[in-house]
Design a protein around this ligand. Sequence first.
Ligand SMILES: Cc1cc2nc3c(=O)[nH]c(=O)nc-3n(C[C@H](O)[C@H](O)[C@H](O)COP(=O)(O)OP(=O)(O)OC[C@H]3O[C@@H](n4cnc5c(N)ncnc54)[C@H](O)[C@@H]3O)c2cc1C
Length: 386
Amino acid sequence: MTSDPSDLELIRKSVAELAGKFDLEYWRHKDANHEYPWEFVNAFAKAGWLGAMVPEEYGGLGLGLVESAIMLHEVGLSGAGMSGASALHFYIFPPGPIIRHGSEEMKNKYLPLLAKGELLTAFGVTEPTAGVDTSRITTRAVKSEGGWVVNGQKVWISNAQNAKRILLLARTSPRNDEKPLDGMTLFFTDLNRERITVTEIDKLGRAAIDSNELFIDNLEVRDDEVVGEVGKGFYYLLDGLNPERIVVAMEQVGLGRAALEQAVKYAKTRVVFDRPIGKNQAVAHPLADSWIRLQAAEQIAMKAAQLYDDKLPCGPEANAAKFLGSEAGFQACDRAMQTLGGYSYAKEYYVERFWRESRLLKVAPISQEMVLNFISTKVLDLPKSY
Ligand SMILES: Cc1cc2nc3c(=O)[nH]c(=O)nc-3n(C[C@H](O)[C@H](O)[C@H](O)COP(=O)(O)OP(=O)(O)OC[C@H]3O[C@@H](n4cnc5c(N)ncnc54)[C@H](O)[C@@H]3O)c2cc1C
């Protein structure tokens, strides 16, 4: 399915206009005060964008990944950076397993609420002792009458300060070395604060979107809150990894371009040694080099998005996009810092927030090393190192 270029242009323009209503001062304030950007999220909900990938029969827009990638690129580019992109991202991507594998009842009940922005969810996979090896999670769900009882611990769970529900991955049978990814189940359940203790983590950047440690103590979950089949939860998550990688690449390209815009503006107007600093090639060339790298990252990300929408394999392209987008975006932010010199450290010049936020993409949602592991084994057919 190839999207109509005029529709894409319309999406680009509408999202840029809406995101542009929230200026850099808004995001500086949200970041400094660790405040969730409700005004921004509500504006996007009102315009229908949160249901971008929810099928129309469940109240969404039923758009493809190409459209969603463009949308989140524009959010990054507006200066909202990861504070804004993550806020929207959590309505659009984590519900993927529900769309693809949830029961009709689950879809009818929750997808319309997600699409309208009336249900903030958290995504609970990562655990302190397992790290990037998800097969070693120790949160366990034990069968009870009509449901399950869950105990365990999660870390880095975004949104949990305000989320009403959580997509939670737990072991329902012990790890088997032969098939380490079997035996994990995905639940979509209330984030019941009587059974889940949520503690916010004080972190480097993206403070507007909280990250948390969760202690789960005898949480009761109903049978009808299991997403898809028991024991297959990890595979349901895998389905959603490529689209997420493609979109975060585009978020980061947008953020890198926002930083580049600030750097170029500064390089043209800051006069030192009787000339604008941008007249020095040592200042101009890194910015030109970043422009090129951001273009390249965008090209591969959009190619991957199109492959995904065409239902073609896109693993190598999606991983390459995530890698290049993260590198190019962070480098552009870092170079913007260098261009602004001492003033880069002043919050009123904004690029320091971009730089802090762009660092995140090197480690989440998947680290650069794990992308290289994927390419080494799945594309180059090298022996598995992990
Ligand atoms: C701000 C933020 C928000 C997040 N939000 C969520 C969320 O909402 N939900 C959620 O479930 N998770 C979330 N995460 C978790 C994230 O997706 C990562 O899974 C997590 O940060 C992994 O970190 P770790 O330190 O445990 O990794 P570790 O496994 O301890 O790895 C540490 C480093 O070693 C490298 N490494 C480990 N093994 C290998 C190997 N075999 N080969 C090469 N390199 C290797 C890793 O790439 C990494 O760089 C978030 C993380 C952050 C920082």
